[in-house]
Design a protein around this ligand. Structure first.
Ligand code: SAH
Ligand code: DHB
Ligand code: MG
Length: 242
């Protein structure tokens, strides 16, 4: 057990132990078995940057609260978050997920099929700015929930396309909007993607602030993935000018 008499809360060891405590109590054996996708991703050499099990469950619960029938995900990696989100869908529901790296997409396809969601999930391989524009051209959407979790430098563009693929009531969830607090420093270099990541995340906040069609907040998180956060934005009718 972690040393809980030490009052220093800012330790990765403590966050890991509490994340495990939460998972041990609140994930069912069936939910814990979804870790198979993480093990397969690891074995295939994918980077260990999927959401944590507790965060995956949060995504599923958000999609259920939202009553989502259609979900769009940007950044599939090995399909772990995809599978959690797909679990929320009712019969006839659909999930489209976008991934740039063909090697990751191949691993994800197998993981998604193994989890039983091969017929529900459509995986499109390509740079998301391109596959998003194709989705719009096809008249896809509106999606009930959109999860933005690809290259953070492009978050502003992803948010623009997400609005195109939304309706009033759509929930847009964005991962990695705190990055250890590095977002406070416009010149910071993020371990993933350097300064472009921080610039992209900060520009995304500016867009949320300036966009009358969304109401948004962000929640800071700690856990096995360190100190980071999720942004939540609800699309609403554009307010009448006053
Ligand atoms: N959502 C996943 C993690 C995604 S990691 C999970 O939690 O399980 C970010 C992913 O975005 C990586 O797989 C990376 O290859 C992908 N990515 C990076 N740039 C991209 C782009 N331009 N278009 C689409 N995907 C991209
Ligand atoms: C990292 C974490 C993520 O959740 C992500 O989507 C991309 C990169 C990281 O810690 O490097
Ligand atoms: Mg992420």
């Amino acid at each position: 057990m972690a040393n809980v008499t030490n009052r220093e809360p800012r330790s990765q060891e403590r966050w890991n132990a509490v994340d495990r405590y939460i998972a041990d109590h609140l994930l069912t054996p069936e939910e814990t078995a979804l870790d198979a996708a993480l093990r397969a991703s690891d074995a295939a050499g994918l980077p260990p940057i999927a959401v944590t099990p507790n965060q995956g469950k949060l995504l599923e619960l958000l999609a259920r609260v939202q009553g989502a029938h259609t979900i769009l995900e940007l950044g599939t990696l090995g399909g772990y978050s995809t599978i959690w989100l797909a679990r929320a869908l009712p019969a006839g529901g659909r999930l489209v997920t976008l991934e740039a790296e063909p090697r990751y997409a191949e691993v994800a396809r197998a993981n998604i099929a193994d989890a039983g969601y091969g017929d529900v999930v459509e995986l499109r391989v390509g740079r998301a700015l391109e596959t998003l524009s194709q989705l719009v051209a096809e008249g896809a959407g509106p999606f009930d929930l959109i999860f933005i979790d690809a290259d953070k430098a492009n978050n502003p563009g992803y948010f623009e396309w997400s609005l195109e693929l939304s309706r009033p009531g759509t929930l847009v969830v964005t991962d990695n909007v705190v990055r250890d607090g590095l977002i406070l420093d416009p010149d910071a270099d993020d371990p993933s993607g350097g300064n472009a990541t921080i610039r992209g995340v900060r520009a995304f906040y500016e867009m949320l602030a300036a966009e009358p069609r969304v109401s948004a907040t962000a929640i800071q998180t700690v856990g096995a993935k360190g100190y980071d956060g999720f942004a939540l934005a609800i699309v609403q009718e554009e307010p009448e000018p006053s």
